[in-house]
Design a protein around this ligand. Structure first.
Ligand SMILES: Cc1ncc(COP(=O)(O)O)c(C=O)c1O
Length: 461
């Protein structure tokens, strides 16, 4: 039999979702609710608390419960209403854990008081680092707090690592081609000598990697072993083992950007860090994609040979990462809310990625190379040479579909594919289907136009 609080919750939920109770409106008081629905005050309290857990209502002390301003009512920062957004990189506002994190912020202030409003260790708030030790161990990254540094987003870690000296005495950086565009920008801005090595959906040429490690002054190799941005693909165990072996052999460090660690669905997919026996892998984990990028929080695990220099550079950049954000993250992790939230997000994005792959197979011309990604949030489709990625982007723009070319994922002057990066992070399954159908139509028209132009050119007068 359905419990009484559950029945009341469902009734209220219906009213909240249909707008009968409007966003921001105060709900009946507990007493009124218990009279109106003929139940005990405890039942009414429980129903309201359950709605609060689902973020449909929020409590204001000494005032009562209010309907949450639903995310649909909030203007998205990326694409506007009616847009289909395949270009976004920040999490879907509908899955951001605002309320839970707000609880953690309040609790952190109660618990740590003045400690949060003063300078802290540049390496990070100690009790967060202790919590991170446990958290990282779940993904086979075993590191004591002394090896962990909290940074203001993984972008900061990439910037600091790119600019600081390394104990191997070398100064160039090797990146996959394509790679994360934020890293390309950083290396260019800093004027770091940068080499590229091809990475395709099939992986990386390990002989070439060895040749580059042997012959070039590389301080580190920057890689995204898991759910690569923009390809979406991951390295297998053997590739990770070999990269770690080559790093040790040639004294080259590896910076492993595990920006989507929490999206992993396979229990066997360990990070490259776990294959490193010689202290050459620097592990970077962002908390941006899974929760709230505005917090600017990421963790870096560094071998002792690199930690001191990194610490100095971190302190010189911003003294330390916001202590309030760090303490709230500690409580968010410790309470189990993080794991709960990550499981929900993982499932949601996995469904979207599956929908994207199926829609591409269903709609796109066979001359377009379909996504090879399994999981994550990004994938790349490669267009045939008759199609210019920028023409496709322009045609889709007219249809209110936004998508990005992979141009900015390449170092200037090196060869590039004719690719489009597709992101599902802010696009639901129905929009994915619609967007890919529009993309297929745009490509078909452009291909037809191109064929006509060629036919005109070769027609005898
Ligand atoms: C691969 C990759 N690394 C790092 C970052 C930066 O993340 P953060 O917000 O932690 O600085 C991004 C952001 O899009 C990314 O895609």
């Amino acid at each position: 039999m359905e419990k009484k609080y559950e029945a009341l919750k469902q009734q209220l939920k219906q009213q909240l979702l249909t707008g009968k109770i409007r966003p921001g409106e105060k709900l009946p008081s507990i007493r009124t609710a218990s009279e109106r629905w003929n139940c005990s005050t405890n039942t009414a309290i429980r129903a309201y608390q359950e709605l609060e857990k689902e973020h449909l209502v929020y409590a204001v002390q000494k005032s009562g419960y209010y309907a949450v301003l639903r995310p649909q009512a909030v203007t998205r920062t990326g694409a506007g209403q009616g847009q289909i957004d395949f270009s976004a990189a920040s999490p879907d506002p509908e899955v951001m854990p605002y309320k839970d994190f707000q609880h953690c912020l309040n609790r952190a202030i109660e618990l740590y008081e003045d400690q949060l409003f003063t300078y802290c260790d540049p390496q990070g708030f100690y009790s967060l680092r202790r919590e991170l030790e446990k958290h990282l161990a779940h993904s086979q990254v075993f590191a004591q707090p002394s090896m962990i540094c909290v940074v203001s987003g993984s972008q900061q870690a990439l910037h600091l690592l790119s600019s600081m000296p390394f104990p191997n005495g070398k100064s160039a950086v090797l990146v996959e081609q394509p790679t994360f565009h934020g890293m390309v920008r950083t290396l260019q801005l800093l004027g770091v000598t940068t080499y590229g090595i091809g990475r395709t959906t099939a992986g990386i040429d390990l002989d070439e990697l060895e040749q580059q490690f042997r012959s070039k002054p590389i301080k580190f190799f920057y890689t995204m072993p898991r759910f690569h941005n923009p390809l979406g693909t991951s390295y297998g165990a053997e590739e990770k083992r070999q990269i770690a072996r080559l790093a040790e052999r040639y004294g080259v460090f590896v910076v492993e950007d595990d920006y989507l660690a929490d999206m992993e669905t396979s229990a066997k997919a360990d990070p490259l860090y776990s294959y490193d026996l010689s202290g050459h892998v620097i592990y970077v984990k962002s908390f941006s994609k899974i929760m709230l990028p505005g917090l600017r929080l990421a963790a870096v695990v560094l071998p002792p040979a690199v930690m001191e220099t990194f610490r100095l550079h971190k302190a010189s950049a911003d003294s330390s990462t916001s202590v309030l954000s760090q303490a709230a993250l500690e409580l968010y992790l410790n309470s189990g809310m993080y794991d709960h939230h990550a499981a929900m997000v993982r499932e949601r994005y996995r469904t979207r990625m599956d929908a994207l792959a199926a829609a591409c197979r269903r709609h796109l011309d066979p001359s377009i190379q379909c996504p090879a990604a399994h999981g994550g949030i990004f994938t790349t489709i490669v267009l045939p040479k008759e199609l210019d990625a920028h023409d496709v982007i322009a045609a889709l723009h007219q249809q209110h579909v936004s998508v990005r070319s992979t141009d900015q994922n390449y170092l200037p002057g090196l060869g590039r594919d004719n690719g489009l990066r597709l992101s599902i992070i802010q696009t639901d399954t129905d929009k994915i289907e619609q967007g890919i159908a529009l993309m297929a139509e745009a490509c078909r028209k452009l291909l037809q136009k191109r064929k006509q132009e060629v036919a005109w050119r070769i027609r005898p007068d």
